[in-house]
Write a protein that binds this ligand. Structure first.
Ligand code: ZN
Length: 160
């Protein structure tokens, strides 16, 4: 069968940037198993995987617009250091979790001054063109329970 909404897909993948550096890979680990069509993967990748079947190997290139977006200057914010009191000591280059108006977000601590901290809330992979090598090893229909839960059960999936 081919990949469509409510397929359970098993695949090996390697993600590289424009320079060919490996950002993430399933090599040496369990393959990725996901429920297609519910937003488990970035939309650009799911769009390219639709219609493929087990045994297909492909190279997929996704522009930042269809992946994690472009960098936004307004996501670099200067905040008062007071908001971090009582938490672990801040250092430049560390990542902290924040509560924002859109829910929890991870921010990079760019700079620490006397009273202020500069945070960058851009996604780590913002501005990055993603190069995926994918090797689809299995495609099956999701069970009614998996569809109801919105995730895969059994091997490679959730256990509960
Ligand atoms: Zn479940």
């Amino acid at each position: 069968m081919t990949i469509a909404k409510e397929s359970v897909v098993t695949m090996n993948y390697t993600l590289k940037n424009n320079e060919g550096e490996i950002i993430d890979t399933s090599e040496g680990r369990e393959p990725l198993v996901y429920l297609h069509g519910v937003g488990a993967l970035i939309q650009g990748l799911e769009n390219e995987l639709a219609g493929k079947s087990a045994g297909d190997k492909s190279q997929i290139v996704i522009t930042p617009e269809n992946a994690y977006g472009t960098r936004r200057d307004d996501l670099v914010r200067v905040v008062s250091k007071d908001g971090f009191q009582g938490e672990e000591e801040l250092t430049e280059g560390m990542r902290v979790q924040l509560d924002t108006e859109h829910g929890p977000a991870i921010a990079l601590v760019v700079k620490i001054d006397e009273a202020e901290v500069t945070l960058d809330l851009n996604h780590l992979l913002a501005d990055m063109t993603l190069h995926f090598d994918v090797d689809i090893t299995a495609v099956r229909a999701a069970t009614a329970e998996e569809i109801a839960h919105g995730h895969v059960h059994g091997e490679g999936g959730h256990h509960h």
